[in-house]
Design a protein around this ligand. Structure first.
Ligand code: 1QQ
Length: 372
């Protein structure tokens, strides 16, 4: 009896150490980011934002026993690779939620797979207004669409610069550049700005002299361009080489420091509508900037939106009672309301698109600066 009694005490002690009352639960978030291909400049910054947010949330203990783990894969800026990554996330890694893919063009092909498998997706950089969250109730979006940013940005700029005639140039082989062009065209019409002519290019193009020469011959007051970053920097540099000193307005593709790195002084006077007001003195933004500085990172809009994507997933887990299943997260998204983020107070609209205040920035003295 005495022996058995001692044994059971030993067992109890062992159990107490082996099975702590609060077991950690790892929740995997898959991130399909363009680390290679024409959108690689965005993907690199998105990766930094995701890693920083995951580290900070885990360290803060805000999710109690839930530990976030980011699984980051390269979607190669293509539909084919995006599909392969989504399949792996859904069936092999069995992630609880997916962030990405980087391009709208890829999202059209990947997101139906997640919708069908009932895996929640948070878009952090897709800005084509139509056909993303429309895919279904598992698809949510943090990134403001071109439709939410461009009309207001052009209106603000018209008020400041007083332009009356625009030359329009856009990529005709990408869902985002085409959608951006559609938004630009209707915003220009609403503002009664005459479009002197429209020209197109394709992603592999590197010489835009013919298109720019014919646009400039028609004497516009502003160039309005929908392009991904590699084309954007070439277009800006070549427009300046052709003697264009006037304003250039770019869509979301321009929101990346590679524009300034590649185009150099030619980028001065480029205006872009942006989802992130880097100059905001809100506490969430100030803290974010300080944390990024401590990491030696100079964030851009894409890093910030990706960071907020993780914050939103974490908030959804919290709203679901610290549960990290696929349907818990999806149900939690619906309860994310006025969340404090570096993008401002963030909520989802009834159609699952994001809602917060955009800004306008200009390249001045070699950096993006918010237009006051
Ligand atoms: C999209 C975009 C790109 C410019 C950035 C990733 O906004 O594809 O929707």
């Amino acid at each position: 009896m005495r022996f058995a009694g001692r044994m059971s005490l030993a067992v109890i002690v062992a159990l107490a150490f082996a099975a702590p009352a609060s077991a950690k639960q790892t929740v995997k978030i898959g991130a399909a980011l363009s680390m290679t291909g024409p959108a690689a400049a965005y993907g690199a910054n998105q990766k930094v934002g995701i890693q920083a947010a995951v580290e900070e949330i885990n360290k803060s203990g805000a999710l109690k026993d839930v530990v976030l783990e980011a699984v980051i894969e390269d979607d190669a800026s293509t539909k084919e690779q995006g599909i392969a990554v989504f399949q792996r996330f859904i069936n092999k890694d069995r992630v609880a939620a997916i962030i990405g893919p980087t391009l709208s063009n890829t999202a059209y092909a990947t997101n139906p797979l997640a919708q069908q498998a009932k895996v929640p997706v948070v878009a952090v950089s897709n800005t084509a207004p139509k056909g993303i969250t429309d895919i279904g109730d598992y698809i949510w979006r943090v990134s403001l669409t071109e439709g939410q940013v461009i009309p207001g940005a052009l209106k603000t700029l018209q008020g400041k610069l007083g332009f009356k005639k625009a030359g329009v140039l856009y990529g005709n082989d990408d869902a985002f550049t085409q959608a951006g062009y559609t938004v630009m065209k209707s915003a220009l019409a609403d503002l009664k700005i005459e479009v002197v002519a429209e020209q197109t290019f394709a992603k592999p193009d590197r010489d835009y002299n013919a298109q720019l020469t014919s646009l400039l011959a028609l004497k516009p007051d502003i160039l309005v361009v929908s392009a991904l970053i590699e084309n954007a920097s070439g277009i800006v540099a070549q427009a300046r080489q052709l003697g264009w000193t006037g304003p250039i307005f770019g869509g979301n593709g321009f929101n990346n420091p590679v524009l300034i790195k590649n185009a150099g002084p030619a980028a001065e006077g480029v205006y872009v509508g942006t989802a992130w007001n880097r100059s905001s003195t809100d506490e969430a933004n100030t803290k974010f900037l300080a944390s990024m500085k401590a990491r030696g990172v100079d964030p851009d809009q894409f890093a910030t939106q990706a960071y907020v994507g993780v914050l939103v997933v974490a908030e959804a887990i919290k709203q679901a009672g610290n549960k990290g299943g696929r349907d818990d997260i999806k149900a939690g998204f619906a309860k994310v309301m006025s969340l404090s983020t570096p993008l401002g107070k963030f909520s989802f609209l009834p159609n699952r698109d994001g809602d917060h205040t955009p800004a306008v920035q200009v390249v001045k003295d070699g950096k993006f600066q918010i237009l006051q």
